[in-house]
Design a protein around this ligand. Structure first.
Ligand code: GLN
Length: 320
């Protein structure tokens, strides 16, 4: 079915969502990373970037928060660009784990069968793959340049978050070395982990994330800058990965209730990709038990359902 939705309708529904959930106090800031525990839990922002490049923003959409696990999507795109889709499938995989983001059990269960760059293990593998292998500074530059191209502007490292996370990331250190044991790390394990921790500590705004989501939705063409960031053919690959594991063990419930592939981070951000229509991002620090932002989920679910947008209903949406 062909459907037309006006930009005004999207604006109205986004505003409704913002006001409906603004004062919701459910959930709790991530407490295993000291910096995140102290962020103002009342912050709440929504940003939607349409294929025309128009951006709809509400609340704290310009606040820089820790991108955390949403960064996994951006670096997955970088290794897809550098290696191509078949090689990423072979070296990391594209499967759901059905387990929490930092699961060690998932690695043990899949020791000879990598999972996905969108959980901690696969993300550390992806960082190890970033070219040029062996050169930490040049790898970091490639990661940041790729983020900048996807988001339309450069995210800034939150140094305090990086220090806070580096000092407490014992579980991730185990993951990096366990991966090494299974030949699933392709550079120095400590360097790969450090790059992963640094990319998670990038400060990003909901506006920037919505532009990144829109670039994925727009087959790699950034609607904000007009630049073709990655090959068209990679767009469904990355969206399928997001759809499969974006909310970890709650991914099925998320897709069922929202109808949009999206990726979360413990900084409180969620980035959704509605192919051919928009990128949507919401940010609010308090999380549910799986580490996903409560208010960001409610807002995106509300917007999708109220507009009748769903990747599975087969509607071809034209935004006017
Ligand atoms: N840096 C965090 C970690 O590795 C990211 C987790 C997340 O956002 N789910 O623990």
């Amino acid at each position: 079915m062909e459907r037309t939705i006006t930009t005004q309708q999207i604006k109205d529904v986004a505003q409704e969502a913002y006001h409906l959930y603004k004062d919701n106090t459910d959930g709790k800031n991530a407490d295993y990373i000291p910096y995140l525990a102290n962020i103002d839990p009342k912050l709440f922002g929504i940003s939607i970037c349409l294929m025309s490049g128009e951006i709809i923003q509400l609340g704290d959409s310009q606040y820089r928060f820790g991108i955390e696990s949403v960064s996994k999507v951006l670096t997955a795109i970088l290794v897809l660009r550098q290696y191509g889709a078949p090689k990423v499938l072979e070296m990391i995989g594209a499967d759901a784990t059905g387990l929490p983001f930092n699961s060690i059990m998932a690695i043990l269960l899949e020791n000879d069968h990598p999972s996905t760059p969108l959980v901690n293990a696969g993300a550390i593998s992806a960082n190890s793959m970033v070219q040029p292998v062996g050169n930490s500074d040049a790898k970091w530059k490639a990661i940041v340049d790729n983020m900048t191209e996807l988001c339309g502007s450069t995210p800034q490292l939150i140094d305090e978050l990086y220090q806070s996370e580096s000092a407490t990331n014992f579980n991730n250190r185990s993951i990096a070395w366990l991966l090494k044991n299974y030949n699933r790390i392709y550079d120095d394990p400590d360097m790969s982990l450090d790059l992963y921790t640094r990319q998670c500590s990038m400060g990003i705004t909901a506006e920037q994330l919505s532009i990144c989501g829109a670039t994925i939705a727009n087959e790699g063409l950034n609607p904000n800058t007009g630049k073709q960031v990655f090959d068209k053919s990679l767009s469904p690959k990355i969206t399928s990965m997001i759809a499969t594991v974006g909310f970890y063990q709650h991914t099925g419930d998320w897709l069922y209730t929202s109808g949009i592939p999206a990726k979360t981070g413990v900084g409180g951000g969620v980035m959704g990709v509605m192919p051919g229509v928009m990128g949507i991002a919401a940010f609010a620090p308090p999380l549910d038990d799986a580490g996903n932002s409560v208010k960001a989920q409610l807002a995106i679910q509300y917007i999708m359902n109220k507009l009748g947008m769903n990747v599975f209903n087969g509607h071809r949406i034209h935004v006017q």
